[in-house]
Design a protein around this ligand. Sequence first.
Ligand code: CDP
Length: 225
Amino acid sequence: MKKIIVAIDGPAASGKSSTARRLARSLGYVYIDSGAMYRACALAAIRAQLDIYNTTEILHMLSLTDIRLEQSEAGNKVILNGEDVSEAIRSEEISRLASDISAIPIVRDRMVELQRQMALEGGVVMDGRDIGTVVFPQAEVKFFMIADVCERAKRRFKELQDKGIEADIEIVLSELRTRDENDTNRKVAPLKPAPDSILIDTSHLSLDEQVAILRQHIKQRVERQ
Ligand code: CDP
């Protein structure tokens, strides 16, 4: 089967990352978590105590920041200037700042450039907010995953609990809403479905079901080419 690019976009905690990771593994593809790259930028900015709205400071930070994604059994390892920050980037504070920093055009330009370099050979499943619209408008298959916001809050709350991070479900819910609103209403690369994307509502689907549905669509699209 020809190695293609699969783009998966959607709001926070809609099931993109876990589905993308499993899907990539089952296809023998590389999984690229683009959100992790914005999260790593946010962590770099916090550590450097930057004013993210100061363009000179941001440009300087970007020039000194090396972000890599390494494939591992558990998914992507996120390496920031040689340090494994896979866990450190998952806090709610970083989620908030990632959403703010990702609305800055120079940050997006740099991340999109890296994302395109990572997919030069094809055989990639990439998830995010703008993968089907901006990063790879030519992707062979595009999905837009959604789920009821209360269901998404439950999932994110459980993820945090499983990692031993204390959380309050009402706060998780309100932060998801705020982030969705920021991501949808920003000027650059807003969260929205590409016109040729396939809408998948995961509210009542299990992970296995999601992966099976996506695989079926991919099979049909690739066979049609
Ligand atoms: O895992 P979750 O859905 O909570 O978020 P994420 O995919 O790790 O992304 C964190 C933040 O990065 C999002 O809220 C977006 O603001 C931003 N992001 C983006 O702007 N573009 C992408 N392609 C991926 C993430």
